[in-house]
Design a protein around this ligand. Structure first.
Ligand SMILES: [Zn+2]
Length: 506
Protein backbone atom coordinates (compact mmCIF):
# COMPACT_ATOMS: atom_id res chain seq x y z
CA UNK A 1 0.00 0.00 0.00
CA UNK A 2 1.14 3.55 -0.69
CA UNK A 3 0.77 5.96 2.24
CA UNK A 4 1.11 9.70 2.18
CA UNK A 5 2.36 11.61 5.22
CA UNK A 6 2.57 15.39 5.51
CA UNK A 7 3.81 17.93 8.03
CA UNK A 8 2.48 21.46 8.05
CA UNK A 9 4.49 23.85 5.92
CA UNK A 10 6.46 26.24 8.06
CA UNK A 11 6.51 30.04 8.03
CA UNK A 12 9.78 31.56 6.97
CA UNK A 13 9.85 34.64 9.16
CA UNK A 14 12.05 32.95 11.77
CA UNK A 15 14.60 30.18 12.14
CA UNK A 16 13.51 26.56 12.54
CA UNK A 17 13.00 25.63 16.20
CA UNK A 18 12.51 22.45 18.17
CA UNK A 19 8.76 22.38 17.38
CA UNK A 20 9.47 22.26 13.64
CA UNK A 21 12.19 19.67 14.19
CA UNK A 22 9.78 17.55 16.22
CA UNK A 23 6.93 17.43 13.72
CA UNK A 24 9.29 16.64 10.87
CA UNK A 25 11.10 13.95 12.91
CA UNK A 26 7.73 12.46 13.90
CA UNK A 27 6.81 12.22 10.23
CA UNK A 28 10.09 10.49 9.45
CA UNK A 29 9.62 8.05 12.35
CA UNK A 30 6.15 7.22 11.04
CA UNK A 31 7.48 6.82 7.53
CA UNK A 32 10.19 4.37 8.61
CA UNK A 33 7.71 2.52 10.82
CA UNK A 34 5.34 2.01 7.89
CA UNK A 35 8.19 1.08 5.54
CA UNK A 36 9.23 -1.63 7.98
CA UNK A 37 5.64 -2.90 7.79
CA UNK A 38 6.07 -3.24 4.05
CA UNK A 39 4.26 -0.09 2.92
CA UNK A 40 5.50 2.50 0.47
CA UNK A 41 5.40 5.96 1.92
CA UNK A 42 5.52 9.36 0.30
CA UNK A 43 6.49 12.02 2.82
CA UNK A 44 6.28 15.77 2.29
CA UNK A 45 7.37 18.71 4.40
CA UNK A 46 8.27 22.25 3.43
CA UNK A 47 7.80 25.97 3.78
CA UNK A 48 4.94 28.46 3.50
CA UNK A 49 6.37 31.39 1.58
CA UNK A 50 3.44 33.80 1.44
CA UNK A 51 1.54 36.15 3.75
CA UNK A 52 2.05 39.33 5.65
CA UNK A 53 4.55 38.04 8.22
CA UNK A 54 6.88 36.77 5.53
CA UNK A 55 6.36 40.01 3.61
CA UNK A 56 7.41 42.10 6.63
CA UNK A 57 10.49 39.94 7.13
CA UNK A 58 11.45 40.41 3.48
CA UNK A 59 11.03 44.18 3.76
CA UNK A 60 13.20 44.24 6.90
CA UNK A 61 15.86 41.98 5.39
CA UNK A 62 16.79 44.28 2.53
CA UNK A 63 16.94 41.21 0.26
CA UNK A 64 14.78 40.55 -2.75
CA UNK A 65 11.76 38.34 -2.04
CA UNK A 66 13.29 35.53 -4.03
CA UNK A 67 16.65 35.71 -2.23
CA UNK A 68 15.05 35.92 1.20
CA UNK A 69 12.66 33.03 0.61
CA UNK A 70 15.38 30.82 -0.81
CA UNK A 71 17.73 31.53 2.09
CA UNK A 72 15.10 30.99 4.79
CA UNK A 73 13.64 27.92 3.13
CA UNK A 74 17.12 26.41 2.91
CA UNK A 75 17.51 26.83 6.69
CA UNK A 76 14.61 24.42 7.14
CA UNK A 77 15.59 22.04 4.41
CA UNK A 78 19.20 21.81 5.63
CA UNK A 79 18.13 21.21 9.22
CA UNK A 80 15.81 18.41 8.12
CA UNK A 81 18.63 16.81 6.15
CA UNK A 82 20.88 17.06 9.22
CA UNK A 83 18.16 15.40 11.30
CA UNK A 84 18.14 12.41 8.96
CA UNK A 85 14.65 13.19 7.68
CA UNK A 86 13.91 11.23 4.56
CA UNK A 87 11.35 13.49 2.86
CA UNK A 88 10.28 12.73 -0.69
CA UNK A 89 9.20 16.23 -1.56
CA UNK A 90 10.05 19.62 -0.10
CA UNK A 91 7.10 21.96 -0.58
CA UNK A 92 7.70 25.61 -1.42
CA UNK A 93 4.48 27.52 -1.99
CA UNK A 94 6.35 30.04 -4.15
CA UNK A 95 6.81 27.36 -6.82
CA UNK A 96 4.79 28.03 -9.98
CA UNK A 97 3.40 24.45 -10.02
CA UNK A 98 1.75 25.06 -6.64
CA UNK A 99 0.45 28.53 -7.51
CA UNK A 100 -1.16 27.23 -10.68
CA UNK A 101 -3.18 24.61 -8.79
CA UNK A 102 -4.22 27.13 -6.13
CA UNK A 103 -5.62 29.34 -8.88
CA UNK A 104 -7.39 26.45 -10.59
CA UNK A 105 -9.10 25.48 -7.34
CA UNK A 106 -10.13 29.05 -6.56
CA UNK A 107 -11.56 29.47 -10.05
CA UNK A 108 -13.46 26.19 -9.79
CA UNK A 109 -15.03 27.14 -6.48
CA UNK A 110 -15.74 30.71 -7.62
CA UNK A 111 -17.41 29.53 -10.83
CA UNK A 112 -19.75 27.37 -8.77
CA UNK A 113 -20.88 30.37 -6.76
CA UNK A 114 -19.29 29.28 -3.50
CA UNK A 115 -17.22 32.44 -3.07
CA UNK A 116 -18.85 35.83 -2.44
CA UNK A 117 -17.46 39.37 -2.22
CA UNK A 118 -18.61 41.58 0.59
CA UNK A 119 -17.57 44.50 2.68
CA UNK A 120 -16.06 43.65 6.00
CA UNK A 121 -15.44 45.90 8.95
CA UNK A 122 -13.42 44.65 11.80
CA UNK A 123 -10.49 44.84 14.15
CA UNK A 124 -7.38 43.54 12.45
CA UNK A 125 -4.21 42.36 14.21
CA UNK A 126 -1.25 42.54 11.84
CA UNK A 127 0.78 40.15 13.99
CA UNK A 128 -1.91 37.47 13.71
CA UNK A 129 -2.89 38.50 10.19
CA UNK A 130 -6.44 38.02 11.36
CA UNK A 131 -9.57 39.91 12.17
CA UNK A 132 -10.35 39.75 15.87
CA UNK A 133 -13.62 39.71 17.70
CA UNK A 134 -13.95 41.96 20.76
CA UNK A 135 -14.12 38.80 22.86
CA UNK A 136 -10.71 37.71 21.52
CA UNK A 137 -8.99 40.77 23.05
CA UNK A 138 -7.50 41.19 26.51
CA UNK A 139 -8.70 43.66 29.18
CA UNK A 140 -6.76 46.51 27.49
CA UNK A 141 -8.41 45.86 24.15
CA UNK A 142 -5.16 44.37 22.77
CA UNK A 143 -4.40 41.14 20.95
CA UNK A 144 -3.43 38.72 23.75
CA UNK A 145 -0.56 37.33 21.66
CA UNK A 146 0.85 40.59 20.34
CA UNK A 147 -0.11 43.06 23.10
CA UNK A 148 -1.03 45.58 20.42
CA UNK A 149 -4.47 47.11 19.89
CA UNK A 150 -5.83 45.88 16.55
CA UNK A 151 -6.63 48.46 13.89
CA UNK A 152 -10.21 49.16 12.82
CA UNK A 153 -10.29 48.31 9.12
CA UNK A 154 -13.06 48.35 6.57
CA UNK A 155 -12.43 46.61 3.29
CA UNK A 156 -14.03 44.47 0.66
CA UNK A 157 -12.94 40.86 0.58
CA UNK A 158 -13.90 37.47 -0.78
CA UNK A 159 -15.48 34.89 1.46
CA UNK A 160 -16.05 31.15 1.35
CA UNK A 161 -19.17 29.97 3.12
CA UNK A 162 -18.58 27.25 5.70
CA UNK A 163 -21.93 27.02 7.46
CA UNK A 164 -23.72 24.93 4.77
CA UNK A 165 -21.21 22.13 5.45
CA UNK A 166 -21.28 22.18 9.26
CA UNK A 167 -23.76 19.34 9.73
CA UNK A 168 -21.94 17.18 7.21
CA UNK A 169 -18.66 17.75 9.08
CA UNK A 170 -20.20 16.85 12.45
CA UNK A 171 -21.47 13.59 10.95
CA UNK A 172 -18.08 12.88 9.39
CA UNK A 173 -16.33 13.24 12.74
CA UNK A 174 -18.88 11.03 14.48
CA UNK A 175 -18.72 8.36 11.77
CA UNK A 176 -14.92 8.32 11.64
CA UNK A 177 -13.65 8.14 15.21
CA UNK A 178 -10.06 7.53 14.07
CA UNK A 179 -9.97 10.58 11.80
CA UNK A 180 -8.72 13.11 14.36
CA UNK A 181 -6.32 11.56 16.87
CA UNK A 182 -6.01 11.68 19.86
CA UNK A 183 -9.80 11.71 20.44
CA UNK A 184 -9.54 14.69 22.77
CA UNK A 185 -8.97 16.89 19.73
CA UNK A 186 -11.94 15.44 17.84
CA UNK A 187 -14.06 16.49 20.80
CA UNK A 188 -12.52 19.95 20.68
CA UNK A 189 -13.51 20.27 17.02
CA UNK A 190 -17.05 19.07 17.78
CA UNK A 191 -17.16 21.81 20.42
CA UNK A 192 -16.21 24.43 17.79
CA UNK A 193 -18.99 23.10 15.55
CA UNK A 194 -21.72 23.69 18.11
CA UNK A 195 -22.13 27.30 16.91
CA UNK A 196 -22.83 28.35 13.31
CA UNK A 197 -19.61 28.86 11.32
CA UNK A 198 -18.71 32.33 10.11
CA UNK A 199 -17.80 32.86 6.46
CA UNK A 200 -14.09 32.35 5.89
CA UNK A 201 -12.28 35.39 4.52
CA UNK A 202 -10.04 34.09 1.74
CA UNK A 203 -8.50 37.26 0.30
CA UNK A 204 -6.33 40.23 1.10
CA UNK A 205 -6.15 43.38 -1.02
CA UNK A 206 -2.79 43.68 -2.76
CA UNK A 207 -2.46 47.20 -1.36
CA UNK A 208 -1.85 45.53 2.01
CA UNK A 209 -0.36 42.14 1.10
CA UNK A 210 1.53 41.60 -2.13
CA UNK A 211 3.24 38.34 -1.23
CA UNK A 212 0.67 35.75 -2.25
CA UNK A 213 -1.15 34.01 -5.06
CA UNK A 214 -3.29 36.38 -7.11
CA UNK A 215 -7.02 35.60 -7.21
CA UNK A 216 -7.69 34.39 -10.75
CA UNK A 217 -10.99 36.29 -10.82
CA UNK A 218 -9.78 39.62 -9.31
CA UNK A 219 -6.28 40.95 -9.91
CA UNK A 220 -6.52 43.42 -7.02
CA UNK A 221 -6.36 40.61 -4.46
CA UNK A 222 -4.18 37.74 -3.33
CA UNK A 223 -5.61 34.69 -1.61
CA UNK A 224 -5.14 34.57 2.12
CA UNK A 225 -3.36 31.63 3.79
CA UNK A 226 -5.81 28.75 3.73
CA UNK A 227 -6.60 28.41 0.04
CA UNK A 228 -2.85 28.68 -0.50
CA UNK A 229 -1.11 26.83 2.35
CA UNK A 230 -3.60 23.97 2.85
CA UNK A 231 -3.72 23.32 -0.87
CA UNK A 232 -0.05 22.26 -0.71
CA UNK A 233 -1.22 18.87 0.52
CA UNK A 234 -2.89 18.20 -2.82
CA UNK A 235 -0.78 20.34 -5.17
CA UNK A 236 2.19 18.16 -4.15
CA UNK A 237 0.46 15.33 -6.04
CA UNK A 238 -0.53 17.54 -8.93
CA UNK A 239 -4.24 17.54 -8.08
CA UNK A 240 -6.43 17.97 -11.12
CA UNK A 241 -3.77 16.60 -13.47
CA UNK A 242 -2.83 13.26 -11.91
CA UNK A 243 -4.97 10.20 -12.72
CA UNK A 244 -3.56 8.46 -9.65
CA UNK A 245 -4.43 11.30 -7.28
CA UNK A 246 -7.42 9.73 -5.52
CA UNK A 247 -5.49 6.57 -4.67
CA UNK A 248 -2.78 8.61 -3.01
CA UNK A 249 -5.26 10.81 -1.19
CA UNK A 250 -7.19 7.79 0.12
CA UNK A 251 -4.24 6.98 2.42
CA UNK A 252 -3.21 10.48 3.42
CA UNK A 253 -2.10 11.47 6.92
CA UNK A 254 -1.57 14.96 8.31
CA UNK A 255 0.64 15.72 11.30
CA UNK A 256 -0.17 19.02 12.96
CA UNK A 257 0.37 20.93 16.20
CA UNK A 258 -2.75 21.79 18.15
CA UNK A 259 -2.66 25.51 17.25
CA UNK A 260 -3.71 24.73 13.69
CA UNK A 261 -6.50 22.32 14.61
CA UNK A 262 -9.29 24.58 13.37
CA UNK A 263 -7.93 25.25 9.86
CA UNK A 264 -7.00 21.57 9.38
CA UNK A 265 -10.13 20.01 10.85
CA UNK A 266 -12.79 22.57 9.89
CA UNK A 267 -11.70 24.76 6.95
CA UNK A 268 -9.70 22.14 5.09
CA UNK A 269 -12.22 19.25 5.11
CA UNK A 270 -14.92 21.69 4.00
CA UNK A 271 -12.70 22.99 1.18
CA UNK A 272 -12.04 19.42 0.09
CA UNK A 273 -15.72 18.52 0.34
CA UNK A 274 -16.54 21.49 -1.90
CA UNK A 275 -14.05 20.06 -4.40
CA UNK A 276 -15.70 16.64 -4.19
CA UNK A 277 -12.80 15.10 -2.24
CA UNK A 278 -12.80 13.24 1.06
CA UNK A 279 -11.04 14.65 4.11
CA UNK A 280 -7.54 13.40 4.88
CA UNK A 281 -7.64 9.82 6.23
CA UNK A 282 -6.02 10.63 9.58
CA UNK A 283 -5.07 13.87 11.23
CA UNK A 284 -2.61 13.40 14.10
CA UNK A 285 -2.55 16.32 16.51
CA UNK A 286 0.26 16.95 18.96
CA UNK A 287 0.91 19.46 21.74
CA UNK A 288 3.79 21.87 22.21
CA UNK A 289 7.28 21.45 23.58
CA UNK A 290 7.71 23.67 26.58
CA UNK A 291 10.68 24.31 28.86
CA UNK A 292 11.61 22.24 31.89
CA UNK A 293 9.26 22.88 34.81
CA UNK A 294 6.43 23.70 32.43
CA UNK A 295 7.51 27.23 31.50
CA UNK A 296 7.28 28.54 27.97
CA UNK A 297 10.57 28.66 26.06
CA UNK A 298 11.81 32.20 25.49
CA UNK A 299 15.04 33.96 24.67
CA UNK A 300 14.77 36.11 27.81
CA UNK A 301 14.51 33.02 30.03
CA UNK A 302 17.43 31.43 28.18
CA UNK A 303 15.63 28.06 27.99
CA UNK A 304 15.24 27.81 24.22
CA UNK A 305 16.36 24.41 22.94
CA UNK A 306 18.16 24.80 19.63
CA UNK A 307 17.91 21.58 17.60
CA UNK A 308 21.27 22.22 15.90
CA UNK A 309 23.04 22.64 19.24
CA UNK A 310 21.47 19.43 20.56
CA UNK A 311 22.51 17.46 17.50
CA UNK A 312 26.09 18.73 17.80
CA UNK A 313 26.16 17.75 21.46
CA UNK A 314 24.25 14.46 21.59
CA UNK A 315 23.73 13.36 18.00
CA UNK A 316 20.58 12.99 15.94
CA UNK A 317 19.41 9.65 17.31
CA UNK A 318 19.33 10.79 20.95
CA UNK A 319 17.22 13.81 19.97
CA UNK A 320 14.85 11.69 17.87
CA UNK A 321 14.43 9.12 20.61
CA UNK A 322 13.88 11.73 23.32
CA UNK A 323 11.18 13.53 21.34
CA UNK A 324 9.19 10.39 20.64
CA UNK A 325 9.75 8.82 24.06
CA UNK A 326 8.80 11.96 25.97
CA UNK A 327 5.88 13.38 24.04
CA UNK A 328 2.66 13.31 26.01
CA UNK A 329 -0.42 12.30 24.10
CA UNK A 330 -2.82 15.07 25.03
CA UNK A 331 -0.88 17.85 26.72
CA UNK A 332 2.39 19.69 26.31
CA UNK A 333 5.76 18.00 26.83
CA UNK A 334 8.87 19.30 28.53
CA UNK A 335 12.30 19.66 27.02
CA UNK A 336 15.62 21.24 28.02
CA UNK A 337 19.26 20.51 27.31
CA UNK A 338 19.48 18.91 30.79
CA UNK A 339 16.46 16.70 30.13
CA UNK A 340 17.95 15.70 26.78
CA UNK A 341 21.22 14.80 28.50
CA UNK A 342 19.30 12.66 30.98
CA UNK A 343 17.53 10.97 28.08
CA UNK A 344 20.89 10.33 26.43
CA UNK A 345 22.24 8.81 29.66
CA UNK A 346 19.24 6.52 29.89
CA UNK A 347 19.95 5.21 26.40
CA UNK A 348 23.66 4.86 27.18
CA UNK A 349 23.03 2.98 30.44
CA UNK A 350 20.34 0.81 28.97
CA UNK A 351 21.07 -0.20 25.38
CA UNK A 352 24.59 1.23 25.06
CA UNK A 353 25.99 -0.57 28.12
CA UNK A 354 24.22 -3.82 27.37
CA UNK A 355 25.66 -3.95 23.87
CA UNK A 356 29.22 -3.13 24.94
CA UNK A 357 29.27 -5.57 27.90
CA UNK A 358 27.97 -8.55 25.97
CA UNK A 359 30.10 -7.89 22.90
CA UNK A 360 33.28 -7.60 24.97
CA UNK A 361 32.39 -10.88 26.63
CA UNK A 362 31.94 -12.58 23.24
CA UNK A 363 35.26 -11.18 22.10
CA UNK A 364 37.08 -12.29 25.25
CA UNK A 365 35.57 -15.73 25.92
CA UNK A 366 34.02 -16.87 22.64
CA UNK A 367 36.60 -15.86 20.06
CA UNK A 368 34.24 -13.20 18.76
CA UNK A 369 31.60 -15.71 17.62
CA UNK A 370 27.91 -15.93 18.48
CA UNK A 371 27.60 -19.03 20.75
CA UNK A 372 25.26 -21.99 20.44
CA UNK A 373 21.57 -21.70 21.28
CA UNK A 374 21.18 -25.46 21.90
CA UNK A 375 21.04 -25.17 25.69
CA UNK A 376 18.51 -22.35 26.08
CA UNK A 377 16.25 -22.98 29.09
CA UNK A 378 12.64 -21.88 29.57
CA UNK A 379 13.62 -18.58 31.14
CA UNK A 380 15.89 -17.71 28.19
CA UNK A 381 13.26 -18.68 25.63
CA UNK A 382 10.55 -16.75 27.45
CA UNK A 383 12.60 -13.53 27.55
CA UNK A 384 13.29 -13.73 23.82
CA UNK A 385 9.75 -14.66 22.79
CA UNK A 386 8.24 -12.00 25.10
CA UNK A 387 10.35 -9.26 23.55
CA UNK A 388 9.78 -10.52 20.00
CA UNK A 389 6.05 -10.84 20.67
CA UNK A 390 5.76 -7.32 22.04
CA UNK A 391 7.51 -5.77 19.03
CA UNK A 392 5.53 -7.97 16.67
CA UNK A 393 2.29 -6.71 18.19
CA UNK A 394 3.33 -3.05 18.02
CA UNK A 395 4.36 -3.35 14.38
CA UNK A 396 1.11 -5.11 13.52
CA UNK A 397 -0.69 -1.83 14.22
CA UNK A 398 -0.96 1.10 11.88
CA UNK A 399 1.27 4.04 12.73
CA UNK A 400 -0.20 6.59 15.11
CA UNK A 401 1.08 8.85 17.87
CA UNK A 402 0.20 6.12 20.36
CA UNK A 403 1.96 3.41 18.37
CA UNK A 404 5.30 5.19 18.03
CA UNK A 405 5.18 6.31 21.64
CA UNK A 406 4.46 2.74 22.73
CA UNK A 407 7.36 1.59 20.57
CA UNK A 408 9.83 3.89 22.36
CA UNK A 409 8.54 2.72 25.72
CA UNK A 410 8.74 -0.96 24.77
CA UNK A 411 12.32 -0.58 23.60
CA UNK A 412 13.36 0.86 26.97
CA UNK A 413 11.44 -1.92 28.76
CA UNK A 414 13.02 -4.62 26.61
CA UNK A 415 16.43 -3.10 27.36
CA UNK A 416 15.65 -3.07 31.09
CA UNK A 417 14.46 -6.68 31.03
CA UNK A 418 17.56 -7.84 29.15
CA UNK A 419 19.89 -5.93 31.46
CA UNK A 420 18.13 -7.46 34.49
CA UNK A 421 18.43 -10.93 32.96
CA UNK A 422 22.11 -10.42 32.17
CA UNK A 423 22.84 -9.20 35.73
CA UNK A 424 20.87 -12.03 37.36
CA UNK A 425 22.55 -14.76 35.32
CA UNK A 426 26.11 -13.50 35.98
CA UNK A 427 27.70 -14.75 32.74
CA UNK A 428 31.07 -13.31 33.88
CA UNK A 429 31.03 -15.93 36.68
CA UNK A 430 29.85 -18.72 34.36
CA UNK A 431 32.67 -17.87 31.95
CA UNK A 432 35.26 -18.96 34.49
CA UNK A 433 33.73 -22.40 35.10
CA UNK A 434 34.21 -24.92 32.25
CA UNK A 435 31.39 -27.12 33.63
CA UNK A 436 29.00 -24.18 33.01
CA UNK A 437 29.94 -23.77 29.34
CA UNK A 438 26.44 -24.69 28.10
CA UNK A 439 24.78 -22.27 30.49
CA UNK A 440 27.28 -19.52 29.62
CA UNK A 441 26.59 -19.93 25.91
CA UNK A 442 22.84 -19.85 26.48
CA UNK A 443 22.96 -16.64 28.53
CA UNK A 444 25.19 -14.88 26.01
CA UNK A 445 23.09 -16.08 23.07
CA UNK A 446 19.89 -14.92 24.77
CA UNK A 447 21.35 -11.49 25.45
CA UNK A 448 22.62 -11.10 21.87
CA UNK A 449 19.29 -12.23 20.44
CA UNK A 450 17.37 -9.73 22.57
CA UNK A 451 19.78 -7.03 21.43
CA UNK A 452 19.16 -7.98 17.80
CA UNK A 453 15.39 -7.62 18.30
CA UNK A 454 15.83 -4.29 20.10
CA UNK A 455 18.05 -3.01 17.28
CA UNK A 456 15.42 -3.93 14.68
CA UNK A 457 12.58 -2.30 16.59
CA UNK A 458 14.68 0.81 17.20
CA UNK A 459 15.19 1.64 13.52
CA UNK A 460 12.42 4.25 12.99
CA UNK A 461 13.41 6.11 16.15
CA UNK A 462 17.20 5.93 15.95
CA UNK A 463 18.18 4.65 12.50
CA UNK A 464 21.96 5.04 12.76
CA UNK A 465 22.07 3.33 16.17
CA UNK A 466 19.89 0.49 14.92
CA UNK A 467 22.27 -0.10 12.02
CA UNK A 468 25.29 -0.06 14.36
CA UNK A 469 23.65 -2.65 16.62
CA UNK A 470 22.84 -5.03 13.77
CA UNK A 471 26.30 -4.61 12.21
CA UNK A 472 27.95 -5.28 15.60
CA UNK A 473 26.08 -8.61 15.70
CA UNK A 474 27.47 -9.57 12.32
CA UNK A 475 24.19 -8.92 10.53
CA UNK A 476 24.18 -7.07 7.22
CA UNK A 477 20.78 -5.59 6.48
CA UNK A 478 19.85 -3.93 3.23
CA UNK A 479 16.57 -2.85 4.71
CA UNK A 480 14.87 -3.05 8.06
CA UNK A 481 11.71 -5.15 8.07
CA UNK A 482 9.22 -5.70 10.86
CA UNK A 483 10.06 -9.39 11.14
CA UNK A 484 10.52 -10.35 14.76
CA UNK A 485 10.85 -14.09 14.44
CA UNK A 486 12.74 -15.24 17.57
CA UNK A 487 15.99 -17.30 17.67
CA UNK A 488 17.07 -16.08 14.23
CA UNK A 489 20.52 -14.86 15.27
CA UNK A 490 22.97 -17.22 13.57
CA UNK A 491 25.30 -19.26 15.74
CA UNK A 492 28.93 -18.86 14.80
CA UNK A 493 28.60 -15.49 13.09
CA UNK A 494 31.32 -12.98 13.87
CA UNK A 495 30.52 -9.98 16.04
CA UNK A 496 32.25 -6.60 15.75
CA UNK A 497 33.05 -4.51 18.78
CA UNK A 498 32.92 -0.93 17.56
CA UNK A 499 32.78 2.39 19.36
CA UNK A 500 30.20 2.84 22.14
CA UNK A 501 26.71 3.61 20.80
CA UNK A 502 26.37 6.54 23.19
CA UNK A 503 29.85 7.74 24.22
CA UNK A 504 30.18 9.79 27.39
CA UNK A 505 29.27 13.46 26.85
CA UNK A 506 30.59 16.20 29.13
ZN1 LIG B 1 -2.15 39.29 17.26
Amino acid sequence: MEKYITTPIYYLNGLPHIGHAYTSILGDVMKKFEQMRGNNVFYSTGTDEHGQKNQHSIEESGLSAEEFLQKQSDNFKNLFVDLGIDFDYFVRTSKPEHKKIVQEILQNIYDRGLIVKKSYEGLYCEGCEQFKKKTDLDENGCCPDHKVAPKAISEENYFFRLEPYRQWLIEHIKNNPDWIQPAKFANEVLGMLREPLEDLCISRPKSRVWLGVELPFDKEYVTYIWFDALVNYISTHNYGHNPDFENIWANSNHLIAKDILKPHCIYWPIMLHALGLNPVKHCFVHGYWIGEGGVKMSKSLGNVVDPVEVVNLLGVDALRFYLINNMTMTGDSQISVDLLKQGYKLLANNIGNLQMRVLKMVQKSLEGKVPSKSALNDEDKKLITDIAGRFERIYSQEMSLETVSELADSIMKAGDATNAYFAANTPWVLAKDPTQKGRFDAVVYTTLECLRLIGLALYPLAPATAEKIETSLGIELNEFKAEFKPFELKEGSTIKVGDPLFPIVE
